[in-house]
Design a binder for this molecule. Structure first.
Ligand code: FES
Length: 161
């Protein structure tokens, strides 16, 4: 099968790989780039476990062809931590609140929450619910997840002030 030369930037690092035209961005990230932090839950756009940021916008990587990301800047969960010695405020808050249970949904929720808080660090409960409406936690641990997002948002807002 013919492969296409894909060049993308992932977490600030240039990546070059050969992918089939039908390959999803999710599979390319996990299997070609070795970035398995992004999870495959449903593989049909229902669960949000595969959420990554492509050119500043959250996408379900299972629904995007890898070739559609040609030239794009992508952020995956592996790139959320600003540096090796510093956690992102969302990572800190998730740990403090015990907001990960099985952890399978956590990468997608953390990425989606980052998008939400980057736009609006002090979202209302309704805005958090709407922002996270595409991300399913199969442990149903939403209360702690929302608490952690509120805590991280307050810290991010204070840091910007
Ligand atoms: Fe992509 Fe579920 S794996 S939305």
């Amino acid at each position: 099968m013919n492969k296409i030369h894909l060049e993308i930037t992932v977490n600030g690092e240039a990546r070059s790989m050969m992918v089939e035209g039908h390959r999803s961005l999710l599979d390319a990230l996990r299997e070609e780039a070795g970035l398995t932090g992004t999870k495959k839950g449903c593989d049909v756009g229902d669960c949000g476990a595969c959420t990554v940021i492509v050119d500043g916008r959250p996408v379900n990587a299972c629904l995007m062809l890898a070739v559609e990301a040609q030239g794009a800047e992508i952020l995956t969960i592996e790139g959320l931590q600003p540096d090796p010695d510093t956690l992102h405020p969302l990572q800190e808050a998730f740990m403090e609140h015990g907001a990960s249970q099985c952890g399978f949904c956590s990468p997608g929720i953390l990425i989606m929450a980052k998008c939400l808080l980057d736009r609006n660090p002090l979202p209302s409960d309704e805005e958090i619910r709407f922002g996270l409406s595409g991300n399913i936690c199969r442990c149903t641990g939403y209360t702690k997840i929302f608490d952690a997002i509120r805590t991280a948002g307050r810290r991010m807002a204070a840091a910007r002030a």
